[in-house]
Write a protein that binds this ligand. Structure first.
Ligand code: SF4
Length: 226
């Protein structure tokens, strides 16, 4: 049937498929117009995964107000399949770190992340979640949640508007759609040698210990001009 479509239909994109036996996007669109849906397990998996990202019902500071606004009627995050804010981390697959992460709160954030099942994703929303923001020099504020858990999408701003969160969500969906189920492009939960649980920091004598998880964050090398 694929061969017939190639020979008979009007296909504007005449680019040859990369792999013998594969069909081009134009051919697939043509089949779709005839009511025939062709897909792969991988595409089906990432399609379903990317369009049902359920965030954890969790906020930390002022950025959380913008996150809440994104779920209201004017912005309507439901258009992207993410309106189901879950009250339990065990039912959520997106952690939106929306607000200032104090060192008192950081262990709880990591614990919530560990309690979420894979596949799970993290959005650092706003300057505070990314780097400490206006409180960066504060003794009590973490300089970025990516010191302890892997962040998929960073949304700058103080605060980012709800549209920015929706843009971040769409970027996350694109990222998920690009995942492969096998090989080096597979997401971390499908790779045998990566961990899904991260060490929860504890209060030490002077600061959180460890000060970062070296698996996800290393201090940048600063080269000083002579
Ligand atoms: S980035 Fe700005 S708006 Fe967001 S939590 Fe920090 S201070 Fe508040």
């Amino acid at each position: 049937m694929v061969k017939n479509v190639r020979e008979d239909c009007c296909v504007s994109d005449t680019a040859a498929p990369d792999t013998p036996g594969m069909i081009t996007d134009a051919e697939r669109d043509e089949l779709r117009r005839h009511g025939i849906l062709l897909t792969s397990l991988q595409e089906l998996y990432t399609w379903g995964n990317s369009n049902s990202v359920w965030p954890l019902n969790f906020g930390l500071a002022c950025c959380a107000i913008e996150m809440i606004a994104a779920s209201m009627a004017k912005f309507d995050i439901a258009r992207f399949g993410s309106e189901v804010f879950r009250p339990s981390p065990r039912q959520a697959d997106l952690l939106i770190v929306s607000g200032t992460v104090t060192k008192k709160m950081a262990p709880q954030v990591v614990r919530l992340w560990n309690q979420m099942p894979e596949p799970k994703y993290c959005i650092a929303m706003g300057a505070c979640a990314i780097s400490g923001g206006p409180f960066k020099q504060g003794y009590n504020v973490l300089k970025g949640i990516d010191r302890y858990i892997p962040v998929d999408i960073y949304i700058p701003g103080c605060p980012p508007r709800p549209e920015a969160l929706l843009h971040g969500l769409v970027e996350l969906q694109k990222k998920i759609k690009g995942f492969k189920l096998t090989g080096p492009d597979a997401p971390r939960h499908l790779q045998a040698d990566t961990t899904c649980e991260y060490p929860v920091p504890k209060f030490g004598e002077h600061d959180l210990e460890p000060s970062a998880n070296p698996e996800v964050w290393q201090a940048p090398t600063i080269v000083r001009a002579e």
